[in-house]
Design a protein. Structure first.
Length: 275
C-alpha cells in the first residue's frame, strides 16, 4: 500500500526521523506508538503527502498485479496530484486550531472533493456517502448544527466521518480519538475493526497503549529519530520493550477475555521497596 525507502523525514530541512524504511501493507491495522515528540505526526504527514521527505522515497501502490507473474506497481507520492492521493488515503488530524462555521453535513461532504468535477455539485452518491459516514460515527444528530458549536470530542467524530466519506482504501489517524470518552473510543475503534475486516488499511497514532494492543495487529514504535520496534502486537508488546521505550516501570498481563496483552504502569509510590 505505502512504502518508505531510506526516507529521512522532517519539517523543511530539519530531520525528525532518519533513514526510515517501512512497508504499510494493504489491509493492515497498524498502531503508531512512541513518546511525545518521537515523530508520529511527522510520519503520518509524510505518508499523506502533506510533508515531502527530506530525502529518500515515499511510494504509493497505484496498480495491482494483473497476474502472479506481474509486479505490483508503486509510484512516488510526489508525482501524484492531490486529488489522486486523496482517492488513496484519507487523514484525520489532531484537533485543528480553527473549527469551521458551517453545518456538520457540509464538513463531512468536504471528504467527497476528490470525486467532484470542477463545475459539478454533490451527487446522490456523495450525499449517501456522507450520510453513511455520519451514521457510523454517531454524528447524524449534529448534521445541521454549525461545527463550531460542537464540543471537542463531537467535532473529532465529525473529522472521522469526513475521512470515511472520502472512501479511500487507506485511513491515517493522528490521535483521532484523544478527545473522546472511553465509550466513544470503543465505538470508533469497533467500527474501524469492522471496516478493516472489509479491507480498509488503517494507520493510527495512538497514545493509549492498551487501546492499541486491543485493536491493532501490528505496532510500530518510534523513538530517538528511528523505528525502535516493528512487529505483531503479541510479539512486541512486552514488559522489556515498553520499559525501554517509555523509560518507566511497566507490567504486562493478558486480557482475561481475549488474551491480548495489556499494560499496567507502576507509579513510584506503589512499588515495593526492598529493605
Amino acid at each position: 500500500m505505502i512504502r518508505l525507502r531510506n526516507a529521512t523525514l522532517g519539517h523543511g530541512t530539519t530531520p525528525v526521523l532518519h533513514n526510515i524504511s517501512l512497508h504499510i501493507r494493504q489491509g493492515e491495522m497498524t498502531g503508531l506508538l512512541g513518546p511525545n515528540g518521537s515523530g508520529k505526526t511527522t510520519l503520518l504527514l509524510t505518508l499523506s503527502g502533506v510533508l515531502p521527505p527530506v530525502s529518500g522515497e515515499v511510494l504509493l501502490r497505484t496498480a495491482s498485479a494483473a497476474s502472479e507473474k506481474d509486479a505490483v506497481q508503486f509510484t512516488p507520492a510526489a508525482g501524484l496530484c492531490a486529488r489522486t492521493r486523496a482517492k488513496k488515503m484519507a487523514s484525520v488530524p489532531q484537533r485543528p486550531d480553527i473549527v469551521p462555521d458551517m453545518p456538520v453535513r457540509s464538513v463531512v461532504l468536504m471528504g467527497r472533493y476528490p470525486y467532484i468535477s470542477f463545475l459539478g455539485g454533490y451527487s446522490a452518491a456523495d450525499n449517501e456517502a456522507a450520510e453513511n459516514a455520519m451514521r457510523q460515527t454517531a454524528t447524524s444528530q449534529f448534521a445541521s448544527r454549525p461545527a463550531c458549536r460542537l464540543s471537542g470530542g463531537e467535532f473529532q467524530r465529525v473529522l472521522i466521518a469526513r475521512a470515511l466519506a472520502q472512501a479511500a482504501p487507506c485511513l491515517l489517524l493522528d490521535e483521532a480519538t484523544s478527545g473522546l470518552d472511553i465509550a466513544r473510543k470503543v465505538e470508533i475503534y469497533d467500527m474501524l475493526r469492522r471496516r478493516h475486516a472489509q479491507g480498509l488499511t488503517v494507520v493510527a497514532a495512538i497514545h493509549d497503549l492498551n487501546l492499541a494492543a486491543l485493536y491493532c495487529d501490528r505496532l510500530i514504535f518510534l523513538k530517538d529519530g528511528a523505528v525502535a520496534l516493528d512487529g505483531p502486537t503479541r510479539d512486541v508488546f512486552t514488559e522489556a520493550n515498553l520499559c525501554r521505550i517509555y523509560e518507566t516501570s511497566v507490567r504486562v498481563f493478558r486480557h482475561p477475555d481475549c488474551g491480548l496483552p495489556q499494560a499496567l504502569f507502576m507509579p513510584a509510590h506503589t512499588q515495593r521497596k526492598t529493605p
